[in-house]
Ligand binder design. Structure first.
Ligand code: PLP
Length: 406
């Protein structure tokens, strides 16, 4: 039974005040708060169990290595990946997608080859492909969403042409909350011999993910949005694709042997993990994934669907509020403006005075903002520990803004 007050009690920061008011944290799309078990794991890691991994033959190094390596299996279970050898640790989605761009795409793509992208993408799933456009002459093919924020999977499939090498697509927009039917896209792309990369930074926080059923080649997650430490993350890479990849960063750990004249590489996935990693960060992410799986991703999704429906109905009652994207298939993320009456930064400052944390700006999604015809918006993004009472506080604060700005 999902008990939101019990979950809230696990997150110490949620009982603090901000500007003399109880914190209402609605900036989860940017980064989520951490439960005590994750904080404890970080403290325990540094206080009692710290040493570098994969290197020493001493007790602490073996202990840290075992705990660190165990996270690969946890990520594989979380994503239903066929094997933990298909999991590469990263510092987050940005590094994960850059890894694929450098290590898999760059050696294989030629001028005129295409990457299909949706307009919903975060810059982390745009700029690495622009690098290939600049350096190799790769063509970026964009597929727009409609005014509702919906992305038609068939339009993405139809954009696949004879020169398409990759479809790189988000599973959930960090601006509109739109949930994309990535499985249909991945299966159709695979049938055409085209690889797929899914940005799961937002989606994996809010719904069960099954990369085996989805049929993608690459799936990115970022630990800090998954209630884990910043600087943690992972990339699922299908074994066939991993076999095609060249090493990206060079250094310790990713090699088998180095001589004056030659170098040979470690087996995958370590071949793609150079240097001393974020040991305690990844261990913390493993604890965060255990925490989420302990609650159950279905239960989290059901709670957040209730929050989404409640908030959507309440915001719909504010006829002076312009919410961007109202897809029937969306998560509990709401980006809005006051119809030009006030700048998003001013609104967020007023909300902050009431202890309500939201994000204001263009959300690292400038092409989408341009497509929607908006500049900066405020974004309220919910997580498993939020409540309908917090949605009410958001609405009250917005009504106050409306009175103030007219
Ligand atoms: N993709 C999406 C959809 C995001 O929302 C974010 C973060 O906001 C990222 C990618 C980048 O994640 P990170 O900065 O953790 O690497």
């Amino acid at each position: 039974m999902f008990d939101v007050s019990k979950i809230r009690a696990d997150f110490p920061i949620l009982s603090r005040q901000v500007n003399g008011k109880p914190l209402v944290y609605l900036d989860n799309g940017a980064s989520a708060q951490k439960p005590q078990v994750v904080i404890d794991a970080i403290t325990q890691g540094y206080a009692h169990e710290y040493a570098n991994v994969h290197r020493g033959l001493h007790y602490l190094s073996n202990l840290a290595t075992d705990k660190y390596e165990a996270v690969r299996g946890k990520v594989a279970r979380f994503l239903n990946a066929p094997s933990e050898d298909e999991i590469v640790f990263t510092t987050g989605t940005t590094e994960g997608i850059n890894l694929i761009s450098y290590a898999w795409a760059a050696p294989r793509f030629q001028a005129g080859d295409e990457v299909v992208l949706s307009i919903l993408e975060h810059h982390a799933n745009i700029v690495p492909w622009h690098f290939l456009r600049e350096r190799l002459g790769v063509v970026l093919k964009w597929v727009d969403c409609d005014a509702n924020g919906d992305l038609d999977p068939q339009a993405v499939i139809d954009a696949i042409g004879p020169r398409t090498k990759l479809v790189a697509i988000t599973q959930m927009s960090n601006v509109t909350g739109t949930v994309v039917d990535v499985a249909s896209i991945c299966h159709a792309a695979r049938a055409r011999g085209v690889a797929t990369l899914v940005d799961g930074s937002q989606a994996a926080v809010h719904m069960p993910v099954d990369v085996a059923a989805m049929g993608c080649d690459f799936y990115a997650i970022t630990g800090h949005k998954l209630y884990g430490p910043s600087g943690s993350g992972a990339m699922f890479i299908r074994a066939e694709r991993m076999a095609e990849m060249r090493p990206f960063l060079g250094g310790g750990d990713m090699i088998r042997e180095v001589t004056r004249d030659a170098v040979s590489y470690n087996d995958a996935p370590m071949k793609f993990e150079a240097g001393s990693p974020g040991i305690v960060q990844q261990i913390g992410m493993g604890v965060a994934l255990d925490y989420m799986m302990g609650i159950g991703m279905q239960a989290i999704a059901a709670h957040e669907a209730r929050l989404r429906d409640y908030t959507r109905d309440r915001l719909a009652g504010l006829n002076w509020l312009n919410v961007q994207g109202n897809s029937a298939s969306k998560g509990a993320i709401f980006s809005f403006t006051l119809n030009g009456a006030a700048h998003a930064h001013d609104i967020s400052t007023i909300l902050d005075k009431r202890g309500i944390a939201v994000r204001a700006g263009t959300h690292c999604a400038m092409p989408l903002m341009e497509h929607l015809g908006v500049g900066a918006t405020c974004r309220a993004s919910f997580a498993m520990y939020n409540t309908t009472e917090e949605a009410d506080k958001l609405v009250d604060a917005l009504e106050f803004c409306h009175e103030l700005f007219g």
